[in-house]
Design a binder for this molecule. Sequence first.
Ligand code: ATR
Length: 269
Amino acid sequence: MIDAKTKLYGLIGKPVEHSLSPAIHNALFKKYNINAVYLAFEVDDLESAVKGIRGLKISGLNVTMPYKEQILEFLDGLSEEANAIGSVNTVVNREGKLIGYNTDGIGTLKALKRFTEVEGKRVLLLGAGGAGKAITYTLSRLAKVVVLNRTEKKAKELEKFGVKGEKLSKESLEYYLSWADIVINATSLGMNEDKTPIPKELLKEKLVVFDIVYSPLETKLLRETRKFGCLTIDGLWMLIYQGAESFRLWTGVKPDVEFMRKVALEALK
Ligand code: ATR
């Protein structure tokens, strides 16, 4: 029941109306008897939105496009990870101080670990955008990582995290697909379109293939690599594990990810 003690959490971004986060977090608040609600806020003016968060003492937030980098200057502190990658997807209001975190990297790592060993493995990451950067930062600490990106400069920029960055081309793909144990698609290729970053003739067996795209859930990349005998992981797992980390930061509760996935699948219908 909503009463005078109900805490408010939410998502800020633009657009936000297709987000699964309100369904997932509200279901979790109910499951764990936490007196809180989670709403989606479409924000036009970030600075005044952050002032409103402070003024209304909103307890915590998720941040999505296009504000994940822009919000940094308005916060009071950053986690080591958020600081290193320059991007925030979770804000915690700690007694009036707004602290920024980024759970995209740890979310991806935990999702991967659910299905496979990661430590010491060879990871081929496609994409050096916002998500690619967070994933690189986290995985570079425990695996061997090569990043391929359409725009070479962005792949090279990630070399500061101790990984190798190269231009995404047929040649580089062919070479590193033979090298890799795990392939992660962190490009937006395949989102709402039946396209894949890996041409059929380059497919290899026995890879673990993780696509962070979750719309559609069964991307062309996952469909084709599974047919080839690869172990496939869909992008909803990434969404769920990064959300689980946000929930834990806000409430101290480590939520049931199976339950979160059920809620998310229902909301996707
Ligand atoms: P996100 O926050 O989801 O990571 P982003 O920062 O816009 O989104 O990054 C999108 C990623 O998808 C980038 O790596 C982009 O490559 P560029 O850096 O060259 O733009 C990649 N991408 C998008 N469309 C692509 C395509 N058709 N082929 C290859 N890579 C693509």
